[in-house]
Design a binder for this molecule. Structure first.
Ligand code: FPP
Length: 243
């Protein structure tokens, strides 16, 4: 039996994948695949927040993605600047907060100025949070947090005896709740160094659909599947759920 009242995950994370293959299947350039992906990303982000998702994390560029051709990286960086500018203004009007996670090094001044301006403009918005993971790596996030803890330790701000999960979380790029549902598009079954700390108890949902085709109905299907899962967090099985 399907659950009658849907529980909406608080924090959903999406590994955006398959733009290139989507384009190839249509005889289009990879750039056009990314463009289609970026258009869909705006729709899905807005839809997720409208459904009651409080935080949506989107893996749009990993630290490893810098290994792609210069042409593709340049195209993506230009797309980010343009899209962040337009999305930033629209999301601001819709009371959505936009934050960014990742290393600043290797990003151009243009990208940095754009993301800083959107962060500042939307910082008091309350309807939901879109967390763009850009130049992001999960190992680096943990290493960077450890470096900040160590700085605070040297300055006497943190007592290592009292360092627990809640306290450590505050040193990550963003202080966000744990991920409830991780979605990866395009039929790959990996987490690719994405939000390793935050993902400890996430439900995983993998779909073969390429990201530009991952529309509202596909998102609804992921939420439905999430509702079929029985989350135990290491405890005992809830017999009232069918799975
Ligand atoms: C993965 O597909 C996608 C990326 C590395 C880039 C994701 C970027 C966007 C969706 C555009 C970003 C837009 C905004 C608004 C931030 P792939 O290239 O790895 O696809 P493939 O595996 O099929 O080649």
């Amino acid at each position: 039996m399907e659950p009658s009242i849907l529980s909406i995950p608080n924090h959903v994370a999406i590994i955006v994948d398959g733009n290139g293959r989507w384009a190839k299947e249509r005889g289009l350039s990879r750039s056009l695949g990314h463009k289609a992906g970026s258009e869909n990303l705006e729709e899905i982000a807005r839809y997720a927040i409208s459904k009651g998702v409080k935080v949506l994390s989107l893996y749009v560029f990993s630290t490893e993605n810098f290994k792609r051709s210069k042409e593709e990286v340049d195209y993506l960086m230009d797309l980010f600047v343009n899209k962040f500018k337009s999305i930033g203004s629209k999301f601001n009007k819709e009371n959505i907060k936009v934050v960014f996670s990742g290393r600043r090094e290797n990003l151009s001044i243009d990208v940095l100025n754009t993301i800083d301006s959107i962060t500042e403009k939307t910082k008091n918005n309350t309807k939901g949070i879109i967390n763009f993971c850009l130049n992001y790596g999960g190992h680096f996030e943990i290493i960077d947090a450890v470096k900040k803890v160590s700085e605070d330790y040297k300055n006497g701000v943190v007592d290592l005896n009292n360092l627990d999960e809640e306290c450590f979380s505050k040193y990550l790029y963003q202080d966000l709740p744990p991920i409830d549902l991780l979605i990866r598009t395009s039929g790959e079954y990996r987490i690719s160094n994405f939000m390793l700390w935050q993902m400890s108890y996430a439900e995983f949902y993998f779909t073969k659909t390429y990201f530009p085709d991952f529309k509202e109905s596909a998102f609804d299907e992921a939420i439905l599947e999430y509702n079929r899962r029985n989350r135990r967090f290491g405890g005992i099985k809830d017999e009232t759920k069918n799975n």
